[in-house]
Design a protein around this ligand. Structure first.
Ligand code: NAD
Ligand code: MG
Length: 394
């Protein structure tokens, strides 16, 4: 490994991708961009290529690749444009790459994220859906390849920072009683329940504390995001679902906590800006400047906490059920949620119907043991089919 690290950013045009590039650009002596990938905002991807001069760019299909290749050549760039899943996996696993930021949204991010893991890279995991879907398989691949898996999700990054370095010995062995996973409660935390059926995608995407992509914004509004994060925490830290408690904390300043048997509770605090966990994971075990403003405790003045309301947020209950059922249940939960959220964003269903779809899909079949990736992908496909049927019956 040379001194300058080569970084691949999967999902470079998204919210996490752009924050990652902001941090990377602050430290040109440490990081160089090896590859950038984009899916729909290809003019933005082109501008990012001009700025960061990657060796590779990846787009969805051959036509988009030809188009971007022509534009980049005309601009005098030597960036080579690849396409499709194969292109994504190639730039995730290339021997020159030191670290991969996995920031594609949803199940689409699974193949390149797994490719980075299998190639033993330092993997910065934002794409929680990939881990939720494949759980044990993903963690086994990390062990087998020696990949270094660092959580980007602010809560999991906070938990990682509050755990001792040898937590992989087991939470009980290192004296952890509980993990306290904080949640903002999203934009609908206090809305009267009878108004939830009328909320719009714009309202759901207007998060009070965080600026994020549309899918995770809707997940935050339904609290499915916290449900996915509960499952994510169980896999990352080898915790049982009952060891992870969700705490609503509307200010989003405490990013999560770890409760130890001696009564000590360690928390990580900071302004709600994803450049903090991104910088932490990029530089780990060192620390670098992220561009995030220092936390002003006097301006903040107070921190509030509440128990989550599962009547308001049935997705949280459904995710806990899926976590307890194990096997294919989390993959089915995730797939049904992806279809339901897309339908809500297209104004085909009302907000509370997101949970109804997921509940019906999850209860349509018992969880099956996961033997290999094909078991997971088949379950994902069945769940998407069931959710589509639900939509067409509506
Ligand atoms: P986003 O919608 O802003 O960006 C998504 C990225 O994925 C874009 O670059 C897009 O081009 C790419 N993409 C979308 N569909 C694709 C497909 N089919 N194939 C290839 N690429 C595709 O999303 P985001 O908010 O940046 O979130 C990215 C991931 O990070 C999600 O898994 C999310 O849960 C997680 N995350 C985000 C935040 C946040 O603050 N935004 C915080 C924690 C975790
Ligand atoms: Mg999070």
């Amino acid at each position: 490994m040379s001194d300058v690290q080569q970084i691949t950013v999967l999902g470079a045009t998204g919210s996490i991708g752009l924050s990652t590039l902001d941090v990377v650009a602050r430290h040109p002596e440490r990081y160089q961009v090896f590859a950038l990938t984009g899916f729909s905002r290809l003019a933005e991807l082109e501008a990012l290529c001009v700025l960061h001069r990657p060796r590779f760019a990846v787009v969805p299909d051959v036509r988009a690749a030809q188009q971007l290749q022509l534009s980049l050549c005309a601009l005098g760039l030597v960036t080579q444009v690849l396409y499709g899943e194969q292109g994504l996996c190639q730039v995730a696993a290339a021997p020159e790459v030191d670290a991969v930021m996995a920031a594609i949204v949803g199940a689409a991010g699974l193949p390149p994220t797994l490719a980075a893991v299998e190639a033993g890279k330092k993997v910065l995991l934002a794409n929680k859906e990939a881990l939720v879907m494949t759980g044990a398989l993903f963690m086994q691949a990390v062990k087998r390849s020696g990949a270094v898996l660092l959580p980007i999700d602010s809560e999991h990054n906070a938990i990682f920072q509050c755990l001792p370095g040898d937590y992989a010995r087991g939470l009980q062995q290192v004296g952890v009683r509980r993990i306290l996973l904080t949640a903002s409660g999203g934009p609908f935390r206090e809305m009267p329940l009878d108004q939830l059926h009328a909320v719009t995608p714009e309202q759901a995407c207007a998060h009070p504390n965080w600026s994020m992509g549309r899918k995770i914004s809707v997940d935050s509004a339904s609290m499915m995001n916290k449900g996915l994060e509960l499952i994510e925490a169980c896999w990352l830290f080898d915790a049982a679902p009952a060891q992870v408690e969700v705490v609503v904390h509307p200010q989003s300043v405490i990013h999560s906590l770890v409760d130890y048997v001696d009564g000590s509770v360690l928390a990580q605090l900071g302004n709600p800006d994803m450049r903090t966990p991104i910088s932490h994971a990029l530089a780990w075990p060192e620390r670098i400047d992220s561009g995030v403003a220092p936390l002003d405790l006097f301006a903040l003045a107070r921190l509030d906490f509440q128990a989550p309301d599962e009547q308001r947020f049935p997705c949280l209950r459904l995710a806990r059920e899926a976590a307890q059922a194990g096997g294919t249940a989390p993959a089915m939960l995730n797939a049904a949620n992806e279809v339901a959220v897309a339908a809500f964003l297209e104004r085909r269903i009302r907000f509370p119907e997101i949970a109804s779809i997921i509940e019906d899909v999850l209860h349509a079949e018992p969880a099956q043991a996961v033997e290999n990736l094909d078991t997971v992908l088949a379950a994902d496909g069945r769940a998407r089919g069931l959710a589509e049927q639900w939509l067409s019956r509506r």
